[in-house]
Design a protein around this ligand. Structure first.
Ligand code: AMP
Length: 484
């Protein structure tokens, strides 16, 4: 899809951080302030629709990798690549070479130059588009040496898994530099994290609850912050982090740069942006355009008691490289895991009832490819970024449409092909329709002998139920067909 380009207008604010190339300023004291005075009128909508766009560790990874500021030869591949045109330092270009990143993804190409200018940005993008590097690179590029009491950048994420993932990606991109990046998230002892924070960290990645905890204990000081990232803002608000986020933001220096990433931009996210960001530029890499190209999406109408058989048949037929089976509840996840264990060799489960150490271990095995099938709930499934995932099975149709987008986005990573199957009971036609409206695309009907739509019609006919008003396509025809 074509990118609609406009010349970005840079917000001018006397209190905003100056040009990235400027000499570092002295750290500012923490001030209690919001950005409520920002003029929403001035907010520029920059709509550039893009085509498509780290391993979990128990211990903090060794981030003191080398001596900073050392002159290095730049790898010729990256030197002549799209990254070289973004105005990045030699150190960063070398780190990108080491990471194997040759060309920037659309999110990176669009966002990095703007972020380097210092203004607030609101990016509509989900994981899988390279958005972590899109904010990590400008953060790393703008770190300054000298004495700081606290971190210079803070990244807020909704889940523990994402905290680890973002931390790992940042460590990868900090290759060749002596930078301390600490992940602070719940489910792990506070003391170890507090110790690392006290020793000094340039960047902290954490979940809002645990970060507040550290602030309360005095193990984290955020008065030196120059950049704050709200990653997966919609998800953080969904799971009730609004008060915690607001408390944290009110303690951040007013002169900070704020970068917000969200897969969707519902009203609560926009409100948050209005209050705590200054005249943010908006960039749109929304999932309705991503995903469509490389992920084939099917649905099956199937009775609940036959869903497991269908899953096993699909696995036998498709032989996924790696797959996630999504369930709605923790109990459901555990049940399917126990049953699947008897059918396949390599399966694990991940849900909120498990201890963090177990969750970390499971995620690591899955990322390393040692586990082929992961049965998961939405909360933990959301941030998973594993490029080998070839299949998504929505064993239970998700409760919220946005969760569908996130689940399916676990496959087709970085332009690879992926397949998603959604199991729908005959009564769930409306839920499927809502998802289709959300993604503006009709799911294809899946084919499997013995599992045709008309095999066992049950439940209330669709026509008797209130249906959402169609907004596109030939909805009427399709709904009747599914109800048969
Ligand atoms: P994210 O959207 O940040 O979750 O990134 C998805 C995956 O893409 C991660 O595994 C990154 O390491 C990888 N990635 C990010 N940027 C690039 C790039 N420019 N080239 C290749 N891989 C990348």
């Amino acid at each position: 899809m074509a990118t609609r380009k406009r010349v970005p207008r840079r917000r001018q604010s006397p209190s905003s951080p100056s040009d990235s190339s400027a000499t570092p300023t002295t750290a500012e004291p923490a001030v209690e302030a919001t950005h409520e005075s920002a003029s929403p009128k001035k907010r520029r909508r920059r709509r550039s629709r893009a085509k498509r766009g780290g391993g979990d560790r128990e211990q903090e990874p060794p981030v003191e990798t080398a001596i900073a500021a050392e002159e290095k030869t730049i790898d010729s591949t990256v030197a002549s690549s799209g990254f070289a045109t973004l105005g990045l330092s030699d150190m960063m270009l070398n780190a990108l070479t080491a990471a194997g990143y040759i060309e920037p993804t659309p999110v990176q190409a669009g966002l990095i130059p703007l972020a380097l200018k210092g203004g607030d940005l609101m990016g509509q993008a989900q994981t899988g588009t390279g958005k972590t590097a899109a904010f990590a690179i400008p953060i790393l590029e703008q770190l300054t040496s000298g004495k700081h009491r606290g971190p210079q950048a803070l990244v807020l994420v909704p889940t523990r898994e994402l905290a680890v993932q973002v931390r790992d990606e940042m460590v990868k991109l900090a290759h060749g530099r002596r930078i301390h990046i600490v992940a602070a998230y719940g489910g792990k002892p506070v003391r170890g994290q507090a110790e690392k924070l006290r020793r000094g960290a340039e960047i902290v990645v954490g979940t809002p609850g645990r970060l507040l905890d550290h602030l309360g204990r005095g193990s984290l000081f955020i008065g030196d912050l120059r950049q704050v990232v709200l990653d997966e803002a919609d998800r953080m608000l969904d799971i009730g982090f609004r008060p915690d986020i607001e408390k944290i933001l009110r303690k951040c220096p007013q002169s900070r740069q704020t970068l917000l990433f969200s897969a969707t931009l519902p009203l609560p996210v926009l409100r948050l942006a209005r209050r705590y960001m200054r005249d943010p530029e908006e960039l749109d890499y929304s999932p309705k355009d991503i995903g469509v190209e490389t992920i084939e999406q099917f649905y099956f109408t199937v009775d609940p008691e036959r869903k497991f058989d269908l899953l096993v048949r699909l696995i036998e037929r498709e032989q996924p490289t790696q797959a996630i089976v999504f369930c709605r509840t923790r109990r459901g996840t555990e049940k399917i895991y126990q049953r699947l264990k008897k059918k396949v060799d390599s399966v694990a489960a991940i849900h909120g009832d498990l201890q963090q150490t177990v969750r970390d271990r499971v995620m690591k095995s899955f990322r390393d490819g040692q586990v082929q099938f992961l049965v998961a709930t939405d909360v933990v499934g959301r941030g998973i970024d594993v490029t080998r995932i070839s299949h998504i099975f929505n064993f239970d149709i998700p409760e919220f449409c946005d969760d569908y987008v996130h689940r399916v986005g676990r496959t087709g990573r970085m332009g690879r092909e992926g397949v998603a199957y959604t199991f729908v009971s005959p009564e769930q036609g409306n839920e499927l329709t809502r998802i289709e409206m959300r993604i503006n695309r009709l799911l294809k009907r899946g084919e499997m002998s013995g599992f045709a739509d008309s095999d066992k019609p049950t439940g209330q006919p669709e026509e008797e139920k209130p249906v959402p008003k169609p907004v596109f396509g030939r909805r009427g025809t399709r709904r009747v067909r599914r109800a048969l």
